[in-house]
Design a protein around this ligand. Sequence first.
Ligand code: DPP
Ligand code: ZN
Length: 847
Amino acid sequence: DGTTYLSDYRPYPFTLDHVSLTFRLAPKATRVKAALSLAPREEGAPLHLDGEELKLISLAIDGQALKPADYLLTEAGLTIHPAALPEGAFTLETEVEIAPEDNTALEGLYMSKGMYCTQCEAEGFRKITFYPDRPDVMARFHVRIEGDQSVLLSNGNPVGHGPGWAEWDDPWPKPAYLFALVAGELVATHGTFTTMSGKTVDLNIWVRPGDEDRTAFALGALARAMKWDEEAYGREYDLSLFNLVAVDDFNMGAMENKGLNIFNSKLVLASPETATDLDYERIEGVIGHEYFHNWTGDRITCRDWFQLCLKEGLTVFRDQSFTSDMRLGPVKRIEDVITLRGRQFREDAGPLSHPPRPDHYREINNFYTATVYEKGAEVVGMLKTLVGPEGYRKALDLYFERHDGQACTIEDWIKVFEDSSGRDLSQFKHWYTDAGTPRLKVTDNFKDGTYTLEFTQETRPTPGQPEKPARHIPIAVGLLSPNGDEVVPTTVLEMTGDRQSFTFTGLGAKPVPSILRGFSAPVVLERETSAEEQAFLLANDTDPFNRWEAGRNLARATLTAMTVGAEPDPAYVEALGALIGDESLSPAFRALILRLPGEDEIAQSLFTAGRTVDPDAIHRARHALMATLAERHETALAHLFDASAVPGPYKPDAASAGLRSLRLACLSLLSLRDDAARARALYASAGNMTESLGALGILVTVGKAETELAAFRKRWQGNPLVMDKWFVTQLSLCPPDEAPDLAARLAADPLFDWRNPNRFRSVLGGLSANHAGFHRKDGAGYRFYADWLIRLDPLNPQTAARMSTAFETWARYDKARQEKMRAELARIAAQPGLSRDLGEMTARLLG
Ligand code: DPP
Ligand code: ZN
């Protein structure tokens, strides 16, 4: 049925040493010539090359054209019979024709606003030429590009150019998924970086003319990332040139092609007027991420796509650490956990649950998920916790030393930690191979100075995995005395059994435990506890993550009670008041504490607890709690709003961003008291996108944004990245009842260029982010959403499939909603000619 299994892995029966490619560019008929230097590894094997949507022009071995009887050509590729192959090494030459202009899937070689670019991960290279398109085949590439564009780029070093042509040579063997080509009328912002051994690297950020005034931040971020990787991991860059290109039409965030990173323009372009603080933070993080891949991904790559988290989990962990060092560590950790819970825990609780290393797939593009990326990063973080920072550095040094130039597996990775630390990590490996979020229950007991914590763990069955052996869980714990002093500093307990106790002796009084500090493992912690104890931790915990977590627990508890009619919990309302004015806490941290859990998060925790999930009740409860907070703390919030204005011109640094974030958090509550007068004034006077979009969002929330939305559109209609914000803001924040109709209106807007992935995501993602709106009782949200997935699928299956995850939560809701969601999924599944991508997703979603 087209399923690929991990257990079927076999090495490629040929070695491929060198590849020479020549491109003659033309929008409708690009010619690609390839010469592959091959040699058999085993006798008598046929030569299979992947190839899709290629028109074969010629085919020869060692200069001799092949006869039709020598090979078999199918929709998936080309197989040359063993009898037609010479003994020993040979050169295979092919010429094919492709049509980049007709490539709407944005996979392989395609065009974006007149410029040529590529996206080959995971299996796009087979749409460029016949090739063993698998990551364990690593070869050296020489590339010649013929085209009349002023800029012609590929991987590695430039080795020659003239009018209408350029040649590139990449000295580092690489898999085809890291190949890249760019051709267009582009302009560069230049910089240089001097590496730790004193080599000079030229840095270029390439953009379309007119965008160059928004590249300075990206260039600085790249240099910071290069420096950080030298200091934190001892990794030096290995070419004399690093090119980074921004494109407007891109399915993903960015791509780590060797020496030629290609980025979605939203993760490159930034100016104070057009980008928010969050955009700046993400740009720096993703530039770091792709740069860090040079070692964790490019120099050491994956044996097969099941090992995707080998490079992605590790590289996300690396980019999170980078951001943590560039900005505020504890705040970054809290943000990452919010994302993990919002995306990965949600994925793990539904029909798409899979391990960080899956063991089968139909379409690998469907596995670029929060589990592979974010949970993969958590698993690396746990390894670091288990072996300590020095042990971690030792393990990574060994990884680079032992595996440089190889295509590796999770087994190789774990072995490096075992060999460098002397520990047995066989139980730990379940984190990679088993799906599902463990639930950790804890009870405590105090007697005669001895304090005991007893844990039990349980992971519910997930699709295809009914049995769940116990995980090896690092649990960071600290103990506080009743007066607030820390009596036991952070200690890592290692849980390996289904049930396990840990004791602390010599205590004068029953302590208050702070469990899972820093969120030391990606689990759901369940502890029967009182609101007073949570309020105590919120006021006293020395671990910033758990301090925030205590506030979050209180907020979640009161919100879930409010969905069934309870009043807001005064313990929470009062505790929050004490914190917002606490000048010893950073503004960014206080802003996080002031922001209530989102509606989807509340739905997720109700579902996990086996309770009814009513989207309208959740929306009302959240709004009611905000209104209570606003009323009770109006004076303090107003004072803080005035006091946290950032003086001087806009700067994107963490401290300024923290102040703006706090100010906007205050504003969103105050707007429920002042008829949005402050928000309107801020919108009118804002000199940067953070404040203008923040104020606009608040006006949309209170239903008073008509004038501002029109003005915003008028001002920014020529800037696609800013217009994406216009679409997503109004849809995600408008009153839920209006959301499906607004979505339909916006989809009819001439600026809704639905073939552009960013724009498509801004409308569909905006609607699904409006929790109660997407789940409007009459099913209009579901219908709109499914209609557009059906429409996009024939053009861009990858993006359509990715967006289908909006339906992964169907099991949470009441029967009527479940039926409506499943009916839409079934309608999609029944479309004639449905892509493999969306076909696999609907099949898994329906279960
Ligand atoms: N490998 C890319 C990244 O995550 C995704 N295409 O960086
Ligand atoms: Zn990556």
